[in-house]
Structures are given as C-alpha cells and as structure tokens.
Design a binder for this molecule. Structure first.
Ligand SMILES: NC(=O)C1=CN([C@@H]2O[C@H](COP(=O)(O)OP(=O)(O)OC[C@H]3O[C@@H](n4cnc5c(N)ncnc54)[C@H](O)[C@@H]3O)[C@@H](O)[C@H]2O)C=CC1
Ligand SMILES: O=C(O)[C@@H]1CCC=N1
Length: 272
C-alpha cells in the first residue's frame, strides 16, 4: 500500500475501526492523525495505536495528504466550511458519511478537489467490514487505489459504478448489521418468553448466526435459497417457520425497510 499522511476528521466509531485496521495491517502509525473536539477518544486511539492526535481540524489537515471526513452528516457542512478557510490544494478527500453526495461535499469544501465517497459498516471494527466506494471520473487511479487499499484494511471493499449506488450499499451493507441485530434480538426475546434464560438464548442465536454467516461465505457457488433449502426438511419444523414468514410477507418487509433507508439517504443530501 502507498504511504501517505492521513487525517481523520472526527474520531468516532468508524474512524477507530479504520485506524485499527490500518495499523494492524502494518500501516505506519506516525502517518495517521485523528482530530476530535474532545480528548478522551483521541487519548484512547493514541494509547492503543500510537497515532498523532489533535483537537484542531486545521492542524490535522495541514499535516496530511488524505483527509477522511468522518463526522456525523448533520455536522458535515459546518466542519467542511471551516476547513475551507485554509488551503486545501493538493489534498484528497474521502467521505464516509451517509447521504451526502460528492457534489454537495465539494460545494461545502468550496473547490473541485479529488473526492472519494465510501460507505463502510461497523464490522470493520473486527476487520470484517464491507465498504462500497465511488469516485468521479476525474479522480486519479493512484488516489483511488490508495483509498481502496485503506478500506480493504478493515474488510472487503468494492467499487460501485454510479454515485446513487452508494445508497444501495447503505441499505444493503452499511445499515444492515442493525437489521441482523434486530432479528437476533427478536429471536432472543422470544426464546426468553418461552422460558429459556437470557445467556442461553443469546448463545443460541449468536452461534446460529455465526455458523449461518460462515456457511454463506464458504459456499459462494450456492444460491442463498439453496442453503435455505438444505435446512428446510420436507414436512419439518423449518418449513413451518418459513411458511409463516412468507405468509407475513417478510420479503416485502425487507424491501420496504431497505427502500426507507435509501429514501432517508436521499433526503439527507437535501437536509444537510
Ligand atoms: N456507525 C455506522 O454504522 C456507520 C457510520 N457511517 C458514517 O460515519 C460517520 C461517522 O459515524 P460514527 O463514527 O458512527 O459517528 P461517531 O459519533 O462515533 O463519530 C463522530 C465523531 O465526530 C466528532 N466530532 C463532532 N464534531 C466534530 C468537529 N467539529 N470536528 C471533528 N470531529 C468532530 C465527535 O466527537 C465524534 O467522536 C457518519 O457520517 C456516518 O454516516 C458510515 C457507515 C457506517
Ligand atoms: O445510520 C446511519 O445513517 C449510518 C449509515 C450506515 C450505518 N449507519
């Protein structure tokens, strides 16, 4: 991987995940700076990874080549407009924010800088992340490669062809860990309602999910419906559960939820 100086503006969950992936994969920590208004998260990152920290975004940017915008979407305008007060010539920008498109980000930054939008997810914390990336045609291949490699340090990364596809990545991979957690919560709660204790219920759902996820990853040549069929014995218990999900239109519910996430991402570009 190329070595460039990277500044993370915002030192929250996603920044912590990406920094941890980078450092664990051998990226030099002295090339990484994180900036955040409060010192607690910075201190933790400095202690754990030996990176540089600052409470001054301008300082972080001045000292770096690649600037990762990692604040909440509602703060992005304020943060970018403030950064635009200093010279940003020669910097490459990376956004990990949901729902703010490249045009809007460049407008906030006040110039036509190279910008790559990315959409990671929280499993990046365990180096099991999934990141979608989009870059406009004007972005250099070497900048694209650098950012792709950076996001690959926390899991899998994939380019999407058009910017609106980032919203599909949000609905399918960025937000979806929460869908799975909700599903597991519902199963754990019902196992408890049926009389199972909390720890045993948790153990049952988490190990079933882990095993199922690994089966999916180890059988890429099999359709997901085939893996489902392998569990579903004719006339058995699973068949009844699946029949119940289908008669309650689970597939439509999932599509509706994903559409709601996409709609929100589209609204956010207008709102923030
Ligand atoms: N949490 C998730 O699952 C995912 C989040 N994202 C995106 O990542 C971005 C960050 O999300 P998280 O890390 O979850 O949020 P977070 O709230 O954990 O981190 C944001 C950090 O920005 C800091 N901050 C606030 N004002 C600032 C300022 N003026 N200058 C510098 N830092 C400032 C906050 O103190 C906080 O530490 C968001 O834009 C979100 O859309 C993307 C994919 C997944
Ligand atoms: O909920 C959100 O807006 C962010 C983007 C994907 C996951 N969390």
């Amino acid at each position: 991987m190329q070595q460039r100086r990277i500044a993370f503006i915002g030192a929250g969950n996603m920044t912590a995940a990406i920094i941890s992936g980078l450092v664990n994969s051998g990226y030099p920590s002295n090339l990484i700076t994180a900036s955040n208004p409060s010192p607690q998260k910075l201190d933790k990152l400095a202690e754990r990874h030996g990176i540089n920290t600052t409470q001054d975004n301008h300082h972080a940017v001045a000292e770096s080549d690649v600037i990762v915008l990692a604040v909440k979407p509602q703060l992005m305008e304020q943060v970018c407009q403030d950064l635009a007060k200093q010279s940003l010539a020669g910097k490459v920008f990376v956004s990990i924010a949901a729902g703010i498109n490249s045009e809007r980000l460049l407008d906030m930054l006040g110039g036509h800088y190279p910008l790559i939008r990315t959409m990671p997810n929280t499993p990046s914390l365990l180096s099991k992340g999934m990141t979608g990336l989009f870059a406009q045609d004007s972005v250099d291949e070497s900048d694209k490669t650098f950012v792709f490699d950076m996001m690959s340090s926390v899991g899998e990364a994939i380019w999407v062809k058009k910017e609106s596809d980032i919203d599909i990545v949000i609905a399918t991979a960025g937000s979806s860990p929460a869908y799975f957690f909700l599903f597991l919560e519902a199963m754990q709660n019902h196992a408890m309602a049926l009389g199972m204790d909390k720890n045993t219920s948790r153990k049952l759902v988490q190990q079933a999910m882990l095993g199922a996820a690994e089966m999916v990853c180890h059988n890429e040549d099999l359709e997901l419906s085939e893996l489902r069929a392998q569990v579903t014995s004719k006339g058995g218990t699973t068949a009844k559960a699946i029949e119940s999900f289908q008669s309650d239109q689970l597939t439509d519910l999932v599509a509706k939820a994903m559409d709601a996430a996409i709609k929100r991402a589209q609204q956010m570009t207008q709102q923030f």
